[in-house]
Write a protein that binds this ligand. Structure first.
Ligand SMILES: Nc1ncnc2c1ncn2[C@@H]1O[C@H](COP(=O)(O)OS(=O)(=O)O)[C@@H](OP(=O)(O)O)[C@H]1O
Length: 378
């Protein structure tokens, strides 16, 4: 081809030689542009379809994607078969925004009304996470350790989980109430489990006696129980709670701790009642599912507890967990109580009746033991 020739002639030669002409080049460029445009549009459309319909990704690509176990999606822990908890690998903790936080719900009390069983049972709910320590006691004896210590003893929670703590001594402490008011957010909820005050008083006495024996003889709970039974003096309890003239002492802790109304009143002076759930401990002992369902609603977690998760253990004499693992409360819970003189029992009932009346007005609840005259068997 002579490059000095006019354009039409150059094209003529070119056509003959099979070389692309300017016209062909123009058409070629337009085609390539069009093909490119179609390819880009196709790629965009395919990735859009793939994103909005992950099932549309070809099977070969899906295999390289990690399949996250369903139970890892909104939690920070994995539960072993024996019930113990292990933190999930770091990437899941990040994905689920897991971190240690102040508790959302605090079980304030009350001592010997089933707070231990409440904790063990509630902790199996997938949306509930209790503190690492069984009892933090931060707002009472550990306050000097500082709020960072308190946060550190919590387990990490994912955003949708409810962090909880139980320290039954808080209920009796006006200091704890004031500190909670100043340190916890105004959204914190409180659970107070109350039970038959006569039975509660005997329970606290029995528990304290056992602890004294453990300390004195340097023995474990089982040995202490044997010693307690052997050395049991039937009038010990009666002597401890009555004056020489036979009146009930109203200045000993195990008695005052059962006068629930005065503590409730002091808490209600600081917090609105809507932030409390007052739970019937006697009902909880005999029908844990009903009470746990009530708690689920109050703390706003999905329904989880049903009767298949529990069984009544005849040897223990109490309900135990059957799912997700088998577990009864440890041997310091469900102690054998000493028999108590009938006259002393009657005096205790009379003393607590007036307080219970006030309790039911303050809580707007009629508790089991009030309906059945404190039960025939205490
Ligand atoms: N399921 C189950 N298993 C074992 N024990 C149960 C259960 N439900 C309620 N209870 C009652 O809980 C009482 C102990 O209460 P607390 O756990 O609050 O005691 S403590 O204040 O934390 O020491 C304990 O009191 P005692 O019987 O005097 O030991 C029990 O009566």
């Amino acid at each position: 081809m002579n490059l000095g020739e006019p354009q039409e002639m150059q094209d003529d030669h070119a056509m003959k030689l099979g070389v692309p002409t300017k016209f062909h080049r123009k058409v070629g460029m337009t085609n390539r542009f069009a093909i490119g445009l179609v390819l880009v549009t196709l790629t965009f459309s395919l990735s859009f379809i793939a994103l909005s319909h992950p099932e549309a990704i070809p099977a070969r690509q899906q295999t390289v994607r990690e399949v996250i176990p369903k139970e890892y999606l909104s939690t920070c822990h994995r539960r072993h078969e024996d019930g113990s908890l292990a933190l999930l690998p770091e990437k899941y903790l990040t994905m689920n925004e897991c971190k240690k936080r102040l508790p959302d719900v605090v079980v304030l009390g009350t001592k010997k009304c089933g707070t231990g069983a409440l904790r063990v049972f509630l902790d199996t709910h997938p949306n509930v996470v209790f503190s690492k320590r069984a009892e933090a006691k931060f707002f009472t004896q550990n306050y000097k350790k500082g709020i960072d210590w308190y946060v550190q003893i919590m387990r990490p929670t994912a955003t949708g989980q409810v962090g909880m703590e139980k320290s039954p001594g808080y209920f009796f402490s006006s200091d704890a109430a004031k500190r909670i008011k100043s340190d916890l957010p105004p959204t914190t909820k409180f659970i107070v489990i109350l039970c038959n005050p006569v039975r509660r008083t005997i329970s606290e006495f029995t528990f304290e006696q056992l602890n004294k024996i453990k300390e004195k003889y340097k023995v474990d709970t089982e040995e202490a129980k044997v010693i307690a039974k052997r050395t049991f003096n039937s009038s010990k309890f009666e002597k401890y709670i009555t004056t020489s003239s036979g009146r009930i002492r109203t200045n000993v802790d195990i008695i005052t701790h059962s006068m629930y109304d005065k503590y409730i009143l002091s808490w209600l002076k600081l917090f609105p009642r809507s932030r409390f759930l007052f739970v019937d401990g006697d009902n909880f002992t005999h029908n844990p599912v009903a009470v746990l369902n009530e708690i689920e609603q109050f703390i706003e977690v999905p329904h989880y507890f049903n009767s298949s998760r529990f069984y009544f253990d005849k040897e223990k004499g109490f309900f135990c967990l059957s799912e997700p693992f088998k577990q009864c409360l440890r041997s310091t819970k469900g102690l054998e109580h000493p028999p108590v003189d009938r006259t002393v029992l009657r005096k205790l009932k009379e003393l607590f009746k007036a307080h219970d009346f006030a309790t039911s007005i303050l809580t707007l609840k009629n508790f089991t033991w009030m309906k059945n005259d404190y039960g025939s068997k205490i």
